[in-house]
Write a protein that binds this ligand. Structure first.
Ligand code: ASP
Ligand code: MG
Length: 416
């Protein structure tokens, strides 16, 4: 007998009929002799609907009341699920996040789980019931309802799996696994059997939407394997687990892209201590997350001051672009920048793979592949298992396909 946590996303419980199907799937697992805990998201579109209602009441709704409101989406899902199980003759009980013992910090709408006491869940499991827990929510010390941030039901599932010592954590969604790249733009994209936590973490941070990033972090920290599967189709899915020697054979595991960034360049700023700190300090104080930063070596000398000059470029999320430009315009005089140039006509293309650690030449092959397609690279950043390039937006699809091909990702073999 295994203890299995199954999480179903909003699209998998979008209608009463789909909720019944999810109930059947959970019951099937239970009938095989396993203990089953189901974590559900709100029905598709429900969280957005509730948020829009809140904004209809007041322009800037109080975070506490927003949480109070949007937590109901998940609560409705689990109650309906329990009723669906009961209609199918199965004993089931639903819990809100806080009834299931999920404690969080104070941060409304972005709360972190600080403790989890699943005693009630265990008691119900022991009685032979299927237990459903509302995702995305907990209770803070003041005993107010908090929510965990968009996509947070994944974190609920992983945290419960860890706290219960579950044998597996299954994430059911509307795709059948993690792909080598976006199958919508690359025909030869392939579902991976396995991917390491680290690679998944990079892919999530690069914009792959299948798994919420915090949940992957959580799973990695506690070594909780995650099995990503399609909610309504049979099939193998993808296992997210610790790195193994198979995974290291290929230099690159996946190609990711993002069109959600913008680049800002300050030209001819003084190349002296404190300038980068000043620019980045202003940006980070405003809560904007900078991804890539590049400072050129100074080539020019300021004729008036006899000081070296340099250019600094960085990228920010598209949603923060206008705000960041405004801030820089205010700072330009202070750092004596000649010009501020911004563009959102960019895309970030990234290669990810734990195999990069022991394969040389991945970067040069990436640059050559882009060069062969006549694509110019404007910024580059690397980490141990990732290389990212900023290119012109219109080349995104071409770049993804060319790189997917060049690194042989369409082929099923794991041999290098
Ligand atoms: N319902 C929440 C959202 O839409 C949480 C989740 O689905 O995981 O973000
Ligand atoms: Mg999700």
């Amino acid at each position: 007998m295994a203890l299995i946590v199954q999480k179903y996303g909003g699209s998998s419980v979008a209608t009463p009929e789909l909720i019944r199907q999810v109930a059947k799937r959970a019951i099937d697992t239970h009938k095989k002799g396993h203990q089953v805990v189901v974590v559900l998201s709100a029905m598709k579109g429900e969280t957005d609907r509730l948020l829009a209602l809140a904004h209809d009441m007041v322009r800037e709704p109080e975070a506490r009341e927003v949480d109070q409101l949007i937590a109901t989406g998940e609560i409705a899902s689990v109650a309906l699920f329990a009723l669906a199980c009961q209609a199918l003759g199965e004993k089931a009980k639903s819990f809100t996040g806080f009834q299931a013992g999920i404690q969080t910090d104070e941060m409304h709408q972005r709360a972190r789980i600080t403790g989890l006491d699943p005693a009630r869940v265990r008691t119900e499991l022991a009685k032979g019931r299927v237990v459903a827990v509302a995702g995305f929510q907990g209770l803070n010390e003041a005993r107010d309802i908090t929510t965990l941030g968009r996509g947070g039901s994944d974190t609920t599932a992983v945290a419960l799996a860890v706290a219960l010592g579950a044998d597996t954590c299954e994430i059911y969604t509307d795709v059948d696994g993690i792909y080598t790249t976006d199958p919508h733009i690359c025909e030869s994209a392939r579902r991976m059997e396995k991917i390491s936590f680290e690679e998944m973490l990079e892919l999530s941070s690069l914009g792959a939407k299948v798994m919420e990033i915090r949940s992957v972090e959580f799973a990695m920290n506690y070594n909780m394997k995650i099995h990503v599967r399609h909610a309504h189709q049979p099939g193998g899915g993808t296992l997210i687990c610790e790195e193994d020697s198979d995974m290291e054979k290929k230099p690159v595991t996946g190609v990711a892209y993002s069109k959600n960034e913008a680049r800002i360049t300050l030209t001819k700023v003084a190349d002296q201590p404190g300038i980068a700190a000043k620019i980045m300090g202003i940006i980070s104080k405003s809560g904007i997350v900078v991804d890539m930063i590049i400072q050129n070596q100074s080539a020019e000398i300021d004729p008036a001051l006899g000081q070296p000059l340099t250019d600094i470029s960085f990228t920010v999320p598209l949603s923060d672009y206008a705000r960041a430009m405004e801030m820089m315009e205010g700072t330009a005089a202070e750092v004596k920048a000649a010009r501020i140039v911004g563009t959102d006509n960019i895309a970030k293309i990234s290669l990810v793979g734990v195999g990069m650690r022991n394969h040389a030449g991945v970067a040069s092959q990436m640059f050559q592949t882009l060069a062969n397609e006549g694509i110019n690279i404007s910024l580059i950043s690397t980490s141990e298992i990732k290389i990212s390039c900023i290119i012109e937006k219109k080349y995104t699809e071409l770049a993804v396909r060319a790189l997917h091909d060049a690194f042989g990702l369409g082929q099923a073999t794991t041999d290098a």
